[in-house]
Ligand binder design. Structure first.
Ligand SMILES: [Zn+2]
Length: 396
């Protein structure tokens, strides 16, 4: 097999993932474009694949490397990228991400599981001291002075199916709450994916609010959410019930011993219109003696979801934290602002998710077919760099 290269990924994206129509028509809003949208759209994907982290470096690469190897026809500057991303319709990329997920499901990319999940979580990225844009949230010091600004958003990802694929982002608008952005995001995701795509949604305690849980219920997706002290009455009821009882079940989770308590007849808090609330408490005993305790709530019935599976679903939330935000920020440049404009920020994040999706499917499923080992993300990125040639090699 020929080694992995950007050309091979480009071919895989265009034909195996059927992204060619999207790359040709990515929602370009420019009036009289000189540089084809397909070049700029693919450049944004390859910028994330090669982890360039900035529009300046992307401009440098496009001018310095053999463009055939990059899968590009034209060179362009960072100003062309800025102009392009300011005007691109983010909903076109969103629909493309969803279509790619649906194709992946048809192609049996996900592990055989009775519970395919959607995890939501919020984060901040793109810290800046420049003049504020519409999506800037002030960061204040202890004296209440604004020291910098940050952009907050909620992301959603497929989890619990052997491969973590984040696929949409909703920015927090001024005066917005994280769960408000989460409501819009979950509604859009279930609407676009269809009601049978995912079996549950999982979220942190910030989303355990009646309006968010009602949105999930209206969208027809069962929800698993962390229960913390932001719901004092329910937390107190759980503590008084489970705190003095021995665990119902104990099982092993890797090297850790897990003790669980599970009951489905807690009273809902004032604003929640569920008849009752089911709560799982687990204590995770690590071999070094550390004990982690957490409570989770759900509207899954005991008949539909066993206690051990409830535990597994709760744990799947970590995927958006680890393979979503941590890898997105530490490896793929989610933290960096390429162009400080509200639409450009969103478009760049969505292209980053598309690059992640292409990279993970290519590396974990396509390259891994037969007896080929799975490359790490780092090995793949290094190989892609090694297979590039300088631009002057072009003419031969
Ligand atoms: Zn801003």
């Amino acid at each position: 097999m020929k080694g992995p290269s950007l050309q091979s990924i480009f071919h895989y994206a265009c034909f195996n993932l059927a992204l060619k129509p999207f790359l040709n028509r990515p929602g370009d809003g420019r009036m009289q474009p000189e540089i084809p949208a397909s070049n700029l759209a693919w450049a944004l994907v390859l910028g994330a694949l090669l982890r360039l982290n900035s529009a300046n470096r992307l401009e440098w690469l496009v001018r310095s490397a053999d463009r055939t190897a990059l899968g590009l026809e034209r060179s362009f500057g960072d100003d062309a990228l800025a102009y392009f991303t300011e005007r691109l319709d983010p909903d076109v990329i969103r629909r493309c991400l969803v279509a790619t997920l649906k194709l992946a499901k048809c192609n049996k990319v996900f592990d055989e599981t009775a519970f395919l999940g959607l995890a939501l979580d919020g984060t901040g990225a793109g810290r800046t001291t420049q003049a504020a844009c519409r999506l800037c949230h002030p960061v204040k010091d202890a004296q209440g002075r604004v020291t910098s600004r940050i952009h907050q958003f909620v992301m959603i990802s497929v989890v619990g199916a052997g491969i973590t694929l984040p696929f949409d982002i909703e920015p927090c608008q001024p005066g917005d709450s994280e769960y408000g952005a989460g409501k819009r995001l979950l509604k859009r995701a279930v609407n676009q994916l269809g009601p049978r795509f995912a079996d549950y949604a999982v979220a942190d305690a910030k989303f355990a609010t009646a309006p968010f849980l009602h949105t999930a219920e209206a969208a027809g997706i069962p929800i698993v959410a962390r229960l913390k002290s932001n719901l004092p009455e329910l937390s107190a009821a759980v503590e008084s019930r489970f705190g003095c009882r021995p665990p119902q079940t104990t099982f092993m989770f890797g090297e850790d011993r897990i003790e669980v308590w599970d009951a489905d007849d807690f009273d809902p808090w004032e604003n929640l219109d569920w008849p009752t609330v089911r709560v799982l408490r687990y204590q995770q005993h690590k071999p070094n003696g550390t004990v982690i305790q957490a409570d989770w709530l759900t509207n899954f019935s005991l008949a539909r979801l066993g206690t051990r599976t409830f535990f597994k679903l709760a744990k799947s939330r970590w995927e958006i934290e680890n393979q979503g935000f941590n890898e997105g920020k530490n490896l793929y440049g989610m933290e960096h602002i390429q162009h400080h404009h509200p639409n450009s920020l969103l478009v760049n994040w969505l292209f980053l998710l598309l690059a992640l999706m292409i990279e993970r499917l290519y590396r974990n499923r396509y390259l891994h077919r037969g007896t080929h080992p799975v490359l790490t993300a780092m090995q793949l990125k290094d190989t892609l760099w090694l297979n590039l040639r300088p631009a002057h090699a072009d003419s031969s």
